[in-house]
Design a protein around this ligand. Structure first.
Ligand code: COA
Length: 194
């Protein structure tokens, strides 16, 4: 297979703009800082995240700068999830692109006051669909804390398969936690009913 993933990423004119019926994926802007801070300072959202909750708005400003820089280098596609009024309610990220094996990793977060409405499902579906079609990825992976039931549910509903438990893989502060790896193949996605 000769698909050139780095060239496809480099050829993107900007963040792909993706739309669902209730959500939109777009690039982050500095004027999203209040909303990004609200998201990543929420202890519910950060419960199983790889870092502790933000405590200062400046951390959100820095995070937005890092997202923009990572996209400029085509290292990550770190979309924000916006609602109909263009307010940021979450993030969805594709990262660790592996051109040789046509693989990437997926991450996402949604404001806790918007959980339970299928908004994350809609937004992440749009990202997966775009990634399989436009980047010709063969496989997308996600790793979660095995206690993260909300994350497990969204992955399983999207067709991801749990492929194994890696013991004590991450330190978050002083605490070490296991990780569970999920995988979704392009063929699973094409054949799935979501
Ligand atoms: C993971 C996370 C994004 C899931 O959010 P969510 O709102 O539960 O996810 P979904 O968008 O898939 O919504 C599914 C829920 O909405 C309900 N729903 C309502 N309308 C729906 C629709 N049209 N489509 C799908 N689900 C719908 C489902 O029944 C489901 O409810 P349930 O969980 O009680 O069964 C959220 O829990 C989160 O941000 N967690 C913190 C961050 C995190 O841990 N991220 C993962 C790190 S690996």
């Amino acid at each position: 297979m000769s698909f050139d993933l780095p060239a496809a990423l480099a050829a993107l004119p900007g963040f792909p703009q993706l739309r669902g019926s209730r959500t939109r994926l777009r690039g982050p802007r500095q004027d999203d800082a209040d909303a990004v801070f609200a998201l990543f300072s929420d202890p519910e959202v950060m419960r199983y995240w790889s870092r502790p909750p933000m405590t200062e708005r400046t951390e959100a400003e820095a995070a937005i700068g890092e997202m923009q820089e990572a996209f400029a280098e085509r290292d990550k596609i770190n979309w924000v999830i916006a609602d109909k009024s263009d307010a940021v309610i979450g993030t969805c990220t594709l990262f660790r692109f592996d051109a040789r094996h046509r693989r990437a990793e997926l991450g996402y977060a949604l404001r806790s006051d918007r959980w339970g409405q299928g908004l994350a499902h809609e937004a992440v579906s749009a990202a997966l669909d775009w990634a399989f079609r436009s980047l010709a990825l063969h496989r997308i992976e996600a790793d979660i804390d095995p206690r993260n039931d909300g994350s497990r549910r969204i992955l399983e509903r999207l067709g991801f398969i749990s492929e194994g438990l890696l013991r004590e893989r991450y330190f978050v502060g002083e605490k070490v936690s296991d990780t569970e790896i999920f995988g979704l193949l392009a063929s699973d996605w094409r054949n799935g009913d979501r």
